[in-house]
Structure formats: structure tokens, C-alpha cells
Design a protein around this ligand. Structure first.
Ligand code: SF4
Length: 171
């Protein structure tokens, strides 16, 4: 953990893997809610109500993270996503959840990355290499958030579907 005033959230870890500018804007409360990726993802998950199928899945908040589906008995964290387009960021977010649980001595086995629309589920396991890298991600997230100004615009394939598109690309 960095320190109590700089708790890093799962969303920040995901954005760190997508775009440092997006991370900075989000952390500075510049949010385009009406077009937000998070709102869209949340709406999608709500529409797939079967995800609430079993009582064993519970919400858990700890340090900076909020896990929507945690099976405490089996030590499994489930993360539901709409598409595989940002899979590396989804994996990083889930690995971070596993890492924070482990750091807090909460028994944890592995994660499930679910894509209901594709009817696909992937198991995600925390490795020693992840345990070495994740503190570096956290330190980088804190460093980027604390920058005085927004990181420079670097165009990426994800830009056209990003909630900050107009913010970044309007002249
Ligand atoms: S539009 Fe592109 S550069 Fe701007 S925040 Fe989104 S991903 Fe980053």
C-alpha cells in the first residue's frame, strides 16, 4: 500500500493500463458521466440480472477498492465486463483486487473474468511476478495523479470510444 491518503482504486489501475491522461482526468474529478464508460458498463451488468443468481456473491469494500462479486467461501473474485477490447486492463484490475485481498490477509484463490455477451469466462491467478509488479503500478498511479497538469494527448485506438473523446479532441 502507498499510504492512507493515496489509496489506489481498481478503476485507477485499469485506466493506468489504458491511458495515463484518462487516469489523471478521472482522478481529478473531471468526469463525463453522461457518456461514461463506467456508467455504460454498470448498465450492461444491471441488464444481465442473472449475474446476481447466487447469494454467495457479495460486495466487499477494502482499502481503495470495491469488489462487486466476492465469494468468501471459495475465495473467488468475479469481474463482469462487456467486451474483450480492453482485456489487458480488465485483467490488471482483477489482479489488483486479488493482490489487495491477499495483502489484507483475506483468503483468496483466484479471479473470474466474465464476458456474458460472449459467453466466455477466464480464470485469473495472481503470480509472483504480479506481486512484484503491482506495487510499481500503484506507485506510478500515484505519481501520475499527482502531476500538476494533465499528461499530453497521445492518440490511441481506444480514443474514439472513450468518454473523454470530445474533451481531448475538440479544438
Ligand atoms: S480520448 Fe484518448 S487520449 Fe483522451 S483520455 Fe481518452 S483514451 Fe486518453
Amino acid at each position: 500500500m502507498t499510504n492512507s491518503s493515496t489509496l489506489v482504486t481498481g478503476t485507477q489501475i485499469a485506466y493506468f493500463h489504458l491511458c495515463h491522461r484518462k487516469l489523471w482526468l478521472f482522478a481529478h474529478n473531471i468526469k463525463m458521466e453522461q457518456h461514461s464508460d463506467l456508467v455504460a458498463e454498470g448498465k450492461f451488468i444491471d441488464e444481465h440480472s442473472y449475474l446476481k443468481r447466487a447469494d454467495r456473491w457479495q460486495e466487499l469494500s477494502i482499502e481503495g477498492i470495491k469488489i462487486d462479486h466476492f465469494d468468501a467461501q471459495r475465495g473467488i473474485v468475479r469481474e463482469v465486463k462487456k467486451s474483450r477490447k480492453k482485456e489487458h486492463a480488465h485483467r490488471a484490475q482483477l489482479l489488483y483486487y486479488l493482490y489487495v485481498l491477499e495483502r489484507n490477509e483475506i483468503p483468496v484463490s483466484h479471479g473470474l473474468l466474465e464476458y456474458p455477451k460472449l459467453r466466455q469466462t477466464e480464470e485469473v491467478w495472481l503470480t509472483d511476478e504480479d506481486r512484484r509488479l503491482i506495487p510499481l503500478w500503484e506507485a506510478e498511479v500515484v505519481r501520475i495523479i499527482q502531476l500538476e497538469s494533465c499528461p499530453a494527448l497521445v492518440k490511441k485506438p481506444i480514443c474514439k470510444n472513450c468518454s473523454y473523446y470530445e474533451f481531448c479532441f475538440s479544438a
